[in-house]
Design a protein around this ligand. Structure first.
Ligand SMILES: Nc1ncnc2c1ncn2[C@@H]1O[C@H](COP(=O)(O)OP(=O)(O)OP(=O)(O)O)[C@@H](O)[C@H]1O
Ligand SMILES: [Mg+2]
Length: 227
């Protein structure tokens, strides 16, 4: 199942190359402060957040960084599906029941890539994600891993991504070409800005080859510090 992800299935593809470019841009996007935790969001649903984050996690791990991908979409979790693992136990078990993280974190077949699935969907996602326990947990992960990548719901739908943006070092937006509306993107950026989240850039996804001419379906349209 993991092999279905393009960066593993076809590492020589333009798409995999685009992910390596994205990796380099992230690594260089913050020279004065090391980026150790990043959350992904989008304005609307289905724009490709979980897919992009899963491929980015693989690409980062391939560069030798010890990476953990955490599914913080506690409403519609999907990282386990992308990674081909079960979601019987995960983040919510750690936060709510005090289960040890060692019992929940899964090592993948990709060297250096670890995954923490969401665990059972809770009735109060925003409350859990905004808790001190959650903040402390992310800090703990940052000590243990070189990079903590976090999947989240769309920011216009619920407050979860906004909350998460306040406990990580940076936010990546995924915008689906032809789906994301300009107004929605502006509103989404405003919501992250409002809580002081640091937007690293936008990944334009599902861009038709005819449009990019070169980059394939995934296209890093803009990435920079001057958000
Ligand atoms: N570049 C791409 N080319 C083709 N299909 C894609 C691409 N990116 C994502 N998809 C597909 O689009 C669908 C939505 O992707 P994904 O689940 O990653 O989006 P999401 O933003 O995480 O959605 P949600 O808001 O529900 O969490 C999936 O079926 C995925 O396989
Ligand atoms: Mg998703």
């Amino acid at each position: 199942m993991l092999k279905k992800l393009i960066t593993l299935k076809n590492p020589k593809s333009r798409t995999a190359e685009a992910f390596r470019t994205l990796r380099t841009n992230i690594q260089f996007s913050s020279l004065d402060k090391v980026l150790k935790s990043i959350v992904v969001t989008s304005s609307g649903s289905g724009e490709g957040k979980s897919t992009v984050m899963s491929n980015l996690a693989i690409t980062m791990a391939e560069s030798g960084m010890k990476v953990i991908l955490v599914d913080c979409d506690l409403r519609k979790p999907s990282v386990h599906k992308k990674m081909g693992i079960t979601n019987s136990i995960g983040l919510t078990n750690i936060l709510v029941q005090g289960v040890k993280k060692e019992d929940c974190v899964v090592k993948t077949e990709v060297n250096n890539l670890n995954v923490l699935t969401s665990g059972p969907v809770p009735p109060n996602p925003a409350e859990l994600l905004g808790s001190k326990k959650m903040r402390d947990f992310i800090d703990e992960l940052k000590k243990e891993y070189d990079l903590v990548l976090i999947d989240a719901p769309p920011v216009l739908a619920v407050t979860d991504a906004q909350i998460l943006s306040t406990i990580v070092d940076g936010v990546i937006f995924v915008a689906s070409y032809g789906e994301a509306q300009k107004n929605a993107l502006v509103d989404a950026k405003h919501l992250i800005d409002k809580v002081g989240g640091k937007i690293l850039g936008i990944v334009f996804n599902k861009v038709p080859e005819a449009v990019t001419g070169y980059h394939g379906k995934y296209y890093k349209g803009y990435y920079g510090n001057d958000n």
